[in-house]
Structures are given as C-alpha cells and as structure tokens.
Design a protein around this ligand. Structure first.
Ligand code: ZN
Length: 409
C-alpha cells in the first residue's frame, strides 16, 4: 500500500520541521539558531537556495549538535533522501551543481567557481546539459552544452563541469523531454523553490516513497497494446501482495505469477510453438488466448457466473455487486473489503484451481463435445478438488462446501 508507515510519516514531519527551522533562522537574525550559525560562521542565507546532499554531508556534525542524541538516525535518512531526490528522474535535472552528490569530483568546486556559476545563472545541472528543441518541447542530452565555454570563460571550471556531467552518466533519466515551461523550472534548484514553498521537500519525500513502493503490473505494455482490461493498480498491488503472503499452495502461487507475467501456455501460444494444429478455441472458434481460456470461454463464463451469484448471495444478501466485478475478483483475484482473510484464502484457491483447469480444458481435444451438463459436473468436481486441497493443507474449506451446496440446489 502507498500510505506512509509511522516511522516514515515521522521522518516526513521531521524533515519539514528541520528545513523550516533553517529557513526561519535565515530570515530572522535574532533567533538562537541564527546566533549559533553566526558563531560557527555558517551562512545559511547563501546555503539554503542550493541546499542538497553535499550540504548535509559537509555540515552534518553541526546540524547533529542542534538535536538531542544527535538526531538519532534522522540525519542519515536525510542524506539518503537528498541522494534519492538527485537520482529521481523528475527532480534529477534540478540537482544543484555545487552541492549535489554528483559534485564529488576529483577537483572540487571552490568559492571562485561558485561565484562564476551564480553570476552566469548556472545553478542546476539542467543548465549545463546540451539541449535540442523539438516542436514545443526540450530534449536534454547527456553531454555538456557545446557553447558553455562562450559563457563561462574559465577553462578549469569548464573541466570540472565536464567531469560533473560525466559523473551523472548512470543517473541520467531515460525520460528527458520536457515542456518549455518545465525546462525553465528545471533551472531553479529545489532549495530555491523551498524558500517560497514550505512543503516542497516533504512533498518530494512522499512522492519518492510512493515511487519506491509502487508495484507495477508486469507485462502492462503488452496488455495495453492487446486492449486488455487493466484493473485499479493500487487495489491489484495490494491483492497480489496479500496472495503472495498467504499460505496458498505453491503451484497456484506460481500459476498467478505466470498469469500476471503473461507466460502461461495458451492454445494460441502452443500454436505459435507449433505444438498444436490450430490456435482457435474448439468451442468458440476464435483465437484461444490466455484471457479467452481463463475468462471469456464458455466454461469459465458458466463457472464465474455461478461464483459471482454465490458471492452476492453470501456477502450482499443477493444484491448485485460481484456480478459486475467478474474480471476483478476472478481474472485478477482481487481482494474486496467484504472478504475476511480466511474467505479470501479459500476463494483464491477455488479461483486458481478453476483457472488452471480452464486453461487445461481449452487445449483438450474433447472440449468441443462439452455441454451445460459437463460445465455443471466440472464445476462440482473442481470445487470438490479445492476442498480436498485445502483440507490436506490443514486449511478451512467450509466456504467451498457452501459454494458446492449453492450450485447443487
Ligand atoms: Zn472458447
């Protein structure tokens, strides 16, 4: 799930308070921190606009001395956050030249370099990369601006900037095309944005945290190009995490993993490998893809309808809800609030057994002869099999028994 856990939430609040404390002291010379900063000859006004990874590393001993217990591990987390911020594709280009982790080059920038960069308004790394204008967009290239030596007439500084560009190589984002407006914003370091927008750092911390923990559906692009239904990603991610953490028989965990990765052997795939004579479903006479075999074909359609009726019967007093959510709860095994963990465990087994059987049936020769009686008998059979499977694994199977009774009556 994407929400912040208590320790992460606490750090996000601490980060906001730490940065705003520094900002406040930079604006008010009479605060205690301002006096301490002055005593230590630390010019916070000059430091804040380009505050980043190196600022923390260089001054961490002083910052730690302001906090009881040296701030615990918060300053370590803070340096990690700034490192991530400078590596995040959306904020990479706003990394300040002199104080980002990329500035750890063999010959460090000095005060003189800093003044030149300030005068020529070269503050972020976006300002020293070569760019190309494409229509109304700006493309950044992973090499130094060719005309930079016309603006900065200091060979030693140009050499340092070339080294810095070199050091960004592995972090240079793939997505480097921006609108003109965004490209202009990239010339302003986030530290400078922070002077006007108090919460910008904690906002980026939350965004980085969400990106780090988000679970992308595998084979998403091929699903989009095949025009397949894609469920709510957050709900799916939560459901998959739940399934993989439950005591589901390994064979079926592997099955759902293969389904998500789109590596199950459908009749269509077997045909492509020349292992069957036809790629058509013998019942429906259309291409028997994995989705067809698991969900759209005649047998799964029959079984899923019964199961949706059963779910609405036991969970919704027969009011229709799951009947409209077949792709979610069945094809993608998604978790719904009405399910208890035990219910979801039993239901997931039943669905995975049914999907596994449906896929096998789709390639069997006698599938063409199947009628409603076979569908009914097979639904009972695979449900009884699920009951046995659950029983042998020492799990409850009462819900599957209820389902068998439901479809038998
Ligand atoms: Zn079919």
């Amino acid at each position: 799930m994407n929400f912040l856990k208590p320790d992460t939430q606490a750090f996000s609040i601490w980060l906001n308070s730490f940065m705003n404390c520094l900002r406040f002291s930079s604006q008010h010379n009479d605060t205690t921190i301002s006096l301490i900063l002055e005593h230590k000859h630390l010019n916070i006004q000059a430091m804040l606009p380009t505050f980043s990874y190196k600022t923390i590393i260089e001054h961490q001993n002083f910052f730690k001395s302001l906090y009881p217990c040296a701030g615990g591990n918060y300053f370590h987390k803070l340096s990690e956050f700034f490192y991530d911020l400078e590596h995040e594709p959306s904020t990479f280009f706003q990394s300040p030249i002199i104080s980002s982790n990329f500035a750890n080059i063999s010959t460090p920038f000095n005060k003189h370099d800093e003044n030149i960069l300030l005068k020529t308004k070269k503050l972020t790394i976006a300002s020293i990369f070569e760019t190309r204008k494409i229509d109304e967009k700006v493309l950044f290239l992973p090499c130094i601006k060719s005309d930079l030596s016309n603006i900065i007439r200091d060979v030693s500084l140009i050499n340092k900037l070339s080294k810095l560009v070199e050091s960004t190589k592995t972090a240079f984002p793939r997505d480097c095309v921006f609108s003109m407006k965004r490209a202009k914003q990239l010339l302003i370091p986030i530290g400078t944005v922070f002077l006007k927008n108090k919460s910008v750092f904690s906002l980026h911390f939350k965004l980085i945290h969400i990106n780090k923990n988000s679970c992308e559906l595998p084979a998403l692009k091929s699903r989009v190009s095949d025009k397949l239904y894609i469920p709510d990603k957050e709900m799916l991610s939560m459901s998959l995490k739940k399934i993989f953490s439950m005591p589901i028989i390994l064979y079926y965990k592997n099955f759902i993993l293969e389904q998500m990765n789109r590596t199950l052997n459908s009749k269509n795939k077997l045909y492509k490998f020349k292992l069957t004579d036809s790629n058509l479903c013998s019942k429906c006479n259309i291409i028997s893809s994995t989705e067809h075999a698991l969900y759209f074909c005649v047998f799964p359609t029959y079984f899923i309808h019964k199961l949706a009726l059963f779910l609405d019967y036991v969970l919704n007093d027969s009011k229709p809800e799951f009947i409209f959510l077949k792709e979610n709860f069945y094809l993608y095994n998604m978790f719904y609030e009405g399910f208890s963990n035990d219910f979801y465990l039993q239901l997931s087994h039943l669905i995975l057994v049914a999907k596994d059987r449906s896929l096998k049936i789709s390639v069997e020769d006698d599938f063409i002869k199947w009628d409603d009686n076979n569908f009914y008998a097979h639904s009972i059979l695979l449900s009884q099999f699920t009951c046995k499977l659950l029983h042998n694994a020492g799990l409850n199977n009462n819900i599957i028994y209820d389902f068998i009774n439901f479809i038998s009556n």
